[in-house]
Design a protein around this ligand. Structure first.
Ligand code: BEZ
Ligand code: MG
Length: 574
């Protein structure tokens, strides 16, 4: 028996480890909310589905309503460190209690759930009521369904009440269904959560600059995108407002239509000057928000404060004196494309190699983005007035540029839009300010705020994705398209050299070694997609040709030969 035990012990330990790992993964899959089939119009959720949905909704912290995540409340009641950091068994226990409480709620109502949570996990009645009272309303709304009636009404050409279109777990106020959905209510931007978060991110950004440069930037150049501000309910907008030192004010209809200055004693730092370059999508979706941002700048410019504590006022006054211009030219800070136009085209210029001087990239950015939005001094709406000189002046003061990243899915080398915007504005600043700005990005998805320089972010993306076998082997499984993705990463990396000199030499060297000098890899790329393989080698040679990469001469000689071979292959010579 003892011998048997000894023989089997290591194997069973290994087996346990594997089973646990498998179990962990199953838990992850189980806890993910997935559609359990097609939605049938007019059919309300069945009770099992309803329970799952409510459990999911109750598992999120909702600071806006004061409701805690049920999983966290139970974990705390059981004196566990936290749900996330608890052992598998402990988490299972928490989940079991949460499921039981939801079932008690569905069968016998709020009081029953509150009471069973108190008994099972010492959760206070106040805390659990905060969760279950809104859940009561949500569950009522999930049980009624007027989708059929709404469709019929719409077909009759009748009015349909509207409601937000969003994810139910993120935003349960999409209920009841069967309404005319809209993507977002721009008057709700920034949400209180986004504003609280925007403050933390903006302060971290300033701290980082202060630490590195020894002082605050004279002005910051910001990039604001539409989709990002939809997803985060306006975190980017909130960051801009906080940098200016104002907070949003809601009117009697709960619409964010005004701002108030945060007293300097509370702010404890100067108000920052911000130049906001917004995408065409942002301009189209967030017209009231553009008005709000413009109002914020004008409000701050009018405050009777010392220049060193109010950079906006300082710069506006300085410009009025120097240029003898109108206040409308000196105080404009929100820029976008001309009405009906989108994008900076900097990405196209880089991808097509149709530029000689780096300054042309920054100039193109300004040509595309120098249209002012907001209101003039008389209160009339300015809807895309060309204001090139005003933008030149505003950019000339910028010492730091910045963009918020709200997703792990799309990073700065996955698409060409990050370098066309953040790179584009940085190049424009470099020429106008007579020096390269500090360039920062934040990732605001995780709980902990991270501010990184562009150089750090390029290194991180290169290591985590482009040079990571897990990433590129995953891509290569997609054959032709996968090679195009790899090439596009190399070209987007190059975009950060062209617009911001932000790529270390080793990045290009390792890209060359991994994808070109490794003959087996090169053969795979060439077989799957010879066009992209050729473009990739060409881009590396361009990086060298433009002075962004200084490898050993033998290396470039080899690359040139390979480029020639690939060209011959494409032309059918070999
Ligand atoms: C935007 O959401 O504003 C956006 C999306 C893609 C590229 C550029 C901007
Ligand atoms: Mg250079």
């Amino acid at each position: 028996m003892a011998a048997n035990k000894n023989t089997f012990s290591p194997a069973s330990t290994e087996r346990d480890r594997r089973v646990l790992a498998l179990y962990d993964q199953l838990m992850e899959i189980e806890q993910r909310l997935i559609p359990t089939g097609l939605h049938v119009l007019g059919r309300p959720a069945e009770s099992r589905e309803l329970g799952d949905m409510l459990r999911m909704i109750a598992s999120f912290e909702r600071p806006e309503t004061g409701a805690r995540a049920l999983t966290n409340l139970v974990a705390e009641g059981l004196k566990l460190p936290s749900y996330e950091s608890s052992s598998l068994e402990a988490r299972e226990e928490v989940d079991r209690i949460v499921i039981q409480a939801i079932q008690d709620f569905l069968r016998n109502g709020v009081a029953a759930a509150v009471s069973s949570l108190r008994t099972m996990a010492n959760v206070s009645s106040d805390d659990s009521s905060q969760v279950f009272r809104p859940l009561q309303e949500i569950s009522e709304q999930l049980k009624v369904n007027s989708e059929m009636e709404s469709v019929v009404a719409a077909l009759r050409g009748e009015y349909l009440p509207s409601g937000p279109g969003a994810d139910i777990v993120q935003n349960p106020s999409i209920l009841p269904t069967g309404r005319n959905t809209h993507a977002i209510n721009p008057y709700g931007i920034p949400s209180p959560v986004a504003f609280a978060r925007g403050k933390i991110v903006a302060e971290s950004l300033l701290e980082r600059h202060l630490k590195e440069q020894g002082r605050y930037p004279k002005a910051l150049g910001l990039v604001l995108w539409g989709l990002d501000n939809i997803k985060t309910r306006g975190e980017g907008v909130a960051q801009a407002l906080w940098l200016l030192g104002v907070r949003p004010i809601r009117d009697s209809l709960n619409r964010v239509t005004n701002v108030e200055a945060i007293p300097l004693a509370e702010l404890r730092r100067p108000r920052m000057d911000v130049v906001m370059t917004v995408s065409g999508i942002f301009r189209d979706l967030f017209s009231p928000t553009i008005q709000l941002l413009d109002k914020a700048v004008r409000t701050v410019a009018q405050l009777d404060e010392p220049f060193e504590m109010n950079h906006v006022r300082w710069h506006v006054m300085e410009q009025l004196q120097r240029d003898h211009c109108q206040i409308d030219d000196a105080a404009v800070r929100v820029f976008s494309n001309a009405p009906g136009s989108y994008g900076t085209n900097v990405n196209f210029m880089v991808m097509d190699s149709t530029w000689n001087e780096e300054d042309s990239l920054g100039d193109l950015f300004v040509t595309r983005k120098c249209f002012a939005y907001g209101r003039d001094g008389a209160g009339r709406v300015i809807d895309g007035r060309e204001a090139r000189l005003a933008m030149d002046r505003a950019l000339a003061r910028v010492e730091a540029t910045y963009q918020n990243i709200d997703t792990f899915e799309i990073g700065i080398t996955d698409v060409d839009h990050y370098f066309e915007y953040l790179g584009g504005i940085s190049r424009a600043v470099e020429k106008r300010a007579g020096g390269r700005p500090s360039i920062y990005l934040s990732d605001s998805l995780s709980q902990a705020v991270r501010i990184r320089t562009l150089e750090e972010t390029v290194r991180l993306e290169t290591r985590a994705k482009t040079l990571n076998p897990k990433w590129f082997e995953g891509m290569l499984k997609h054959g032709f398209r996968g090679v195009a993705e790899i090439e596009s990463h190399v070209s987007n990396t190059f975009g950060w050299s062209a617009t911001a000199d932000a790529v270390d030499d080793w990045v290009y060297t390792e890209l060359a070694e991994t994808f070109v000098l490794d003959s087996r890899m090169l053969e795979r790329l060439k077989t799957l997609n010879p066009h992209s393989a050729h473009a990739l080698v060409g881009r590396l040679l361009e990086a060298h040709g433009r002075g962004y990469w200084n490898p050993e001469p033998e290396l470039t000689t080899r690359l040139t030969e390979i480029a020639g071979e690939l060209e011959d292959h494409l032309e059918g010579v070999t």
